[in-house]
Design a protein around this ligand. Structure first.
Ligand SMILES: Nc1ncnc2c1ncn2[C@@H]1O[C@H](COP(=O)(O)OP(=O)(O)O)[C@@H](O)[C@H]1O
Ligand code: SF4
Ligand SMILES: [Mg+2]
Length: 315
């Protein structure tokens, strides 16, 4: 269980602080695929980097806790954290498939972290690397290839193999399907699902793409402007969306075979630097009213497991 309490992470910028993760509470049960969805700039990557404590120097964890099986990983020292990072919690970084080393073949790239961090000899490390490559669907004929000899989907599999090389319990996959064609996106989602099923891997799946995430996620959290706007089971979000932003995301999804115009969400997201108080979605919301300007983000329970952050619901 990952228990995120009142997490507040901000970046120092020239114009003030950018509140990227703005007092967020989340609970992620063991073994599930947890989708974290929102437009670019909503704070998703920052949340992922916080769980590994690898934020850039301009970032500050201003408050909150992240409890994993009883340990607050924001409070342990750097030495302790090293035992978690990459080993118990691992991340497929946004765009990682484009930063593979062009002059090292893939089995060696996958094996390398074991040599550097685990003090394992090359022969043993290569054996483990090949097992992981096979596990993500890359057969023997690919192991000695170089990145430029692989398709985008294959490169994405390589970075997933790298992330699971030490058998982590938690995998954070940041935009793992961006820049891939639709068929390949689907295959990568199937891989993520199979890793969850076979290894009980708790997966935080970060994406701007709600339809892709909803193919495999058990639970989904929608982020907007550094805040949560809605959290629920996959079905609750898809069939019973309550937040106007979620509805907007859903109406941006074309129905198969339909010629219906895609509406999307008009307007631009607000800046996270010194955001106005109240609902972050205010300037884009067709239901906005005076009281939304003072909304304190107290969650409204719609049904068991389904929370919405919006003044339109319950008191
Ligand atoms: N290195 C940085 N320096 C300053 N501000 C940043 C930095 N990275 C992110 N931010 C701020 O945090 C916000 C959220 O960024 P990010 O977590 O990358 O969002 P997402 O992954 O949802 O696109 C951005 O809109 C920006 O305001
Ligand atoms: S709180 Fe108000 S402005 Fe925000 S999403 Fe709900 S109705 Fe719209
Ligand atoms: Mg991101």
């Amino acid at each position: 269980m990952i228990d995120i309490n009142d997490l507040f992470v901000r970046y120092k910028t020239e114009n003030g602080y950018a509140n990227a993760v703005d007092h967020i509470n989340l609970r992620i049960e063991k073994g599930i695929i947890f989708g974290l969805v929102g437009e670019s700039g909503s704070g998703k990557t920052t949340l992922g980097l916080t769980l590994l404590r690898i934020l850039p120097p301009s970032a500050e964890i201003a408050s909150g806790s992240v409890n994993i099986d009883g340990t607050d990983i924001l409070r342990i020292n750097e030495n302790e954290m090293r035992k978690w990072r990459g080993k118990r919690i691992s991340m497929v970084f946004q765009g990682a498939m484009n930063s593979l080393n062009p002059v090292i073949n893939i089995e060696r790239q996958v094996a390398e972290p074991l040599i550097i961090h685990e003090n394992i000899d090359w022969e043993q490390a290569l054996k483990i690397a090949r097992e992981k490559l096979a596990l993500v669907g890359l057969g023997e004929n690919t192991w000695k290839r170089y990145p430029h000899e692989l398709s985008g989907g294959m490169k994405q599999r390589v970075v997933i193999a790298m992330a699971i090389i030490t058998d982590p319990e938690i995998l954070i996959a940041d935009e793992p399907t961006t820049a891939l064609d639709v068929v390949t996106q689907d295959r990568i989602m199937k891989l993520i699902k199979s890793l969850q099923r076979e290894y009980n891997l708790t997966t935080i799946l970060i994406s701007h793409d709600l339809p892709i995430v909803s193919e495999v996620a058990d639970k989904i959290a929608i982020m907007y402007g550094g805040k949560l706007s809605e959290v629920g089971e996959n079905e609750q979000i898809l069939r019973n969306a309550k937040h106007p932003y979620t509805s907007g995301l859903l109406s941006s999804i074309p129905e198969p075979g339909s010629s219906k115009e895609i509406k999307g969400i008009p307007g631009e997201p607000i800046s996270l630097v010194n955001p106005p108080k109240g609902c972050r979605f205010y300037n884009r919301c067709q239901f906005a009213s005076e009281k939304c300007k003072n909304y304190d983000y107290s969650p409204k329970i719609v049904e068991v497991g389904h929370e919405v952050y919006c003044t339109l619901y319950g008191e």
